[in-house]
Design a protein around this ligand. Structure first.
Ligand code: GDP
Length: 437
């Protein structure tokens, strides 16, 4: 029986609400597997056997209930891909999904058709697996959502306007694909290849959508401000944001420097508060031309720019690592566009990783910057957070220098950290907790 209430408090159940009840452990595992088989977050879970928490006997009738906790949101953060028609979005997205890390590493995962999950390149994991003799490597991932194409007038409902806006609202960051490649066989929706003009078109639609939101929000905030003075700052903040939007600028580009409280603005569901990443789809000659790349990067600074050739990315997904590296070198670049995109996306979302390792696997876990050790432990298992005792931590660099955990301990480099410890990127960790005792 799925969905029964359970004595176990599981904070992260909301998305899949996995509650499996059964009369015995094996049946619980089966139910859990069935439910989780269709869950995108399945890969973050590890084995179901390990996850079924201490199966509390629930009622006098002998029924057993268990709740499966799973990794919380960082894993599920998504970046929405937007752009004008015919700029190469589908080509890029196909490359993303072909490269799909879920399929390779997590055989039970079901992949949503419009979600591409790519591994975050992390050479440390190979070294870590070498030190621990790990059987497999599980990288952190970044998820991309394919959002319907945007055209001029989308904010008014043109094209797939409303669907587009709904999809984009759910994304945590916006990745704009911009065409710079020239190809007479590929029609440009506005008649000419014009990266700056295309960006302007898309930004304008997003700004217009936010202005529409403001038409609803400001009168409400005005009413609130009349009821209580305490609500005045929220109104002031919204008015300042409105002024930026009214000038045609995005809040991501201009909000912070204008002193806008971005948290408050985000709470108003304004699209342009989301972080932007710009992906320029260049032809192979442009790709190897530093001057072209620099002039495009200047267009979008301080936002991050990624340069790639979408068709080339498709080809790269079909090659072995050595051949792919050779092909990249032949066009004058060192890193594939997808790798760049994963790295920049991860950073833009404010994420970092910590590492765990053992004979079974070397793994990178996704957490937010500034997270404490108990929060980080909660990504593995909610009970690890609740019953956190200590974290045994060594930096990756020191572990590598020592060559083994035992050697790192002998040098005094492995620290015991408590609840207040703020995690660093690349911490190699083993958590001590009271869960399952
Ligand atoms: P979307 O409408 O933005 O999803 O664009 P598509 O990915 O469907 O691409 C539109 C057309 O442009 C297709 O015929 C692609 O093969 C072509 N295309 C995509 N990327 C490139 C590229 O980097 N160079 C060239 N020459 N053509 C490309």
């Amino acid at each position: 029986m799925a969905g029964a209430t359970c004595a176990h408090d599981c904070a992260h159940v909301a998305a899949v609400n996995v509650a499996a009840c059964a009369h015995e452990h094996e049946a619980a595992v089966n139910v859990a597997n069935e439910i989780l088989g269709t869950c995108l977050l399945r890969p973050a879970l590890g084995t179901v056997e390990n996850l079924i928490c201490d199966i509390p006997a629930l009622a006098a009738d002998g029924q057993i209930c268990c709740v499966l906790p799973y990794a919380p949101p960082p894993m599920a953060l998504t970046i929405g891909i937007v752009g004008l028609p015919n700029v190469g979005k589908s080509t890029l997205f196909n490359a993303l999904t072909r490269n799909n890390v879920l399929a390779a590493n997590y055989p039970f995962a079901t992949i949503e058709p419009n979600i591409g999950v790519v591994p975050l390149p992390d050479p440390r994991l190979d070294q870590l697996a070498g030190i621990f003799g790990s059987e497999r490597i599980l990288p952190a991932t970044v998820s991309f959502v394919d959002i319907a194409g945007i055209v001029r007038g989308a904010s008014e409902g043109e094209g797939l306007g409303n669907k587009f806006l709904a999809n984009i609202r759910e994304a945590d960051a916006i990745c704009q694909v911009i065409r710079a490649f020239d190809d007479d066989n590929v029609v440009h929706v506005d008649g000419k290849v014009d990266p700056a003009g295309d960006m302007e078109t898309i930004n304008t639609e997003l700004v217009l959508a936010d202005l529409q939101t403001m038409e609803r929000v400001i009168p409400r905030l005005e009413r609130d401000a009349r009821t209580s003075k305490d609500n005045q700052p929220a109104l002031e903040n919204a008015r300042a944001a409105l002024a930026i939007l009214g000038a045609g600028d995005t809040l991501f580009a201009k909000g912070e420097s204008a002193g806008i409280d971005m948290e408050q603005a985000r709470a108003l569901q304004l699209l342009t508060t989301k972080p932007f990443i710009y992906v320029f789809n260049l032809d192979e000659v442009q790709l190897g031309d530093a001057a072209v790349r620099e002039s495009l990067a200047t267009l979008v600074a301080p936002a991050e720019a990624v340069f790639l050739n979408a068709k080339l990315e498709m080809e790269l997904t079909e090659l072995e690592a050595a051949d792919a590296a050779e092909l990249l070198e032949s066009v004058g670049v060192t890193e594939s566009g997808l790798d760049q995109l994963a790295r920049v996306g991860f950073d833009t979302l404010g994420l970092q990783t910590y590492l765990t390792a053992g004979p079974k696997e070397a793994r990178a876990w996704t957490i937010g910057k500034g997270w404490t050790a108990p929060q980080a432990a909660g990504v593995i298992h909610t009970d690890f957070q609740k019953q956190f005792i200590k974290a045994e931590v060594v930096s990756f660099a020191q572990l590598l220098e020592a060559g083994s955990m035992a050697a790192a301990k002998a040098k005094g480099w492995v620290r015991m950290e408590g609840k207040e410890y703020v995690m660093n990127d690349g911490d190699v960790v083993e958590f001590r907790h009271g869960a399952g005792r």
